[in-house]
Design a protein around this ligand. Structure first.
Ligand code: BDP
Length: 324
């Protein structure tokens, strides 16, 4: 008895003397360490750790070592992971409103995308994400996506005919490629390089920084500027992680995420330019499609099918199109 009492009080004393355990957050990232998003995520982690005096210690796991994007979205939703940088492409399967951001040519340009996402419409997407367990704290840039392939330059929609393209996991992109006369294969990002190399697919589509960092440019040498998708990305925290935070910590985390987005957008602009120069120097043939409208015109059925299946989202589409 006596022994137990002494041992207990010893343990209690040790607990009181020990500093509070840091809240360790695991963060998912698909990109390599030197990618703009990765650098910004590291800045986010550092700012949160510094400003909370180490109460929260976020750690970023790069290169998709914690799994593919669709899996990671589920993990952040159920609290298995604490935060992540997600592209809104694969998000559409879970949060239908975000599909609006995956409609081809929905934004006029990246600047308009920023206006939309940083304003009240962006808030509507944040609300839709929050209802599904994801707190979108800030929006990253992802430039615009164009097609690249192993065969020949794409000049007109006809050049897409019969080619097999990898797309992100979202039915909208399958419809998009179908309407151009190609075949779409949804596939994990990490499998694309090998699939291009072995001819399982003929092409894919992405922005310059990803085309570069994934080394897809080594095996698919024709990059044709169609700018068909401009998809924002979030810095998202799991609601399971967010809700228990004090107001003080919420403010710190939010501010760090906004700072990270500012840094990311600046690094993004630099990296887009650098990646384009790098792939060109490596022998990639880049061509601007002569008539982007020819591609845009093919997207009529994609919009019609989408609105038919999601009549409640039509007004959101119109609101975006009406934003300067
Ligand atoms: C990149 C996005 C990343 C996507 C990837 C893809 O940043 O989130 O997973 O494209 O195509 O541009 O899968």
């Amino acid at each position: 008895m006596t022994f137990t009492r002494i041992a207990l009080s010893g343990a209690v004393a040790a607990l009181i003397a020990a500093p509070a355990l840091a809240d360790q957050w695991r963060g998912w990232n698909i990109h390599p360490e030197d990618y703009p998003n990765s650098i910004a995520l590291e800045s986010f982690a550092k700012e949160v750790a510094d400003k909370t005096g180490g109460r929260i210690e976020p750690e970023v796991y790069h290169n998709a070592v914690l799994g593919d994007q669709p899996d990671a979205i589920e993990q952040v939703r159920n609290g298995g992971l604490d935060f992540a940088n997600f592209n809104m492409g694969p998000m559409g399967q879970i949060v239908p409103a975000t599909n609006v951001l995956s409609l081809p040519f929905i934004f006029k340009d990246v600047e308009q995308m920023h206006h939309v996402m940083d304003g009240p419409i962006g808030q509507q997407f944040s609300d839709a994400l929050a209802a599904e367990g994801l707190v979108a704290l800030s929006w990253f840039d992802s430039g615009s996506r164009s097609f690249y392939n192993t065969k020949h330059p794409i000049e007109t929609p006809d050049d897409v005919k019969g080619m097999k393209f990898r797309v992100m996991n979202n039915d909208l992109y399958v419809d998009m490629v179908d309407q151009l006369g190609g075949n779409a294969t949804p596939m994990a990002y990490g499998e694309v390089y090998q699939s291009l190399k072995t001819g399982v697919i003929d092409g894919a589509e992405n922005n310059y920084p990803s085309y570069d960092s994934s080394n897809h440019f080594e095996v698919a040498k024709y990059y044709s500027i169609t700018n068909h998708l401009i998809i924002p990305e979030c810095l998202c925290v799991s609601t399971a992680t967010w809700d228990p935070l004090s107001d003080e910590d919420k403010a710190i985390v939010k501010e760090a995420a906004v700072h990270a987005a500012e840094e990311q957008r600046q690094l993004w602009a630099e990296r887009e330019k650098a990646s384009r120069e790098k792939v060109e120097a490596a022998g990639v043939e880049i061509n601007e499609v002569k008539d982007p409208k020819a591609f845009q015109d093919k997207m009529g059925p994609v919009y019609a099918n989408f609105i038919k299946a999601n009549p409640d989202l039509e007004s959101l589409i119109k609101d975006i199109q009406a934003t300067e």
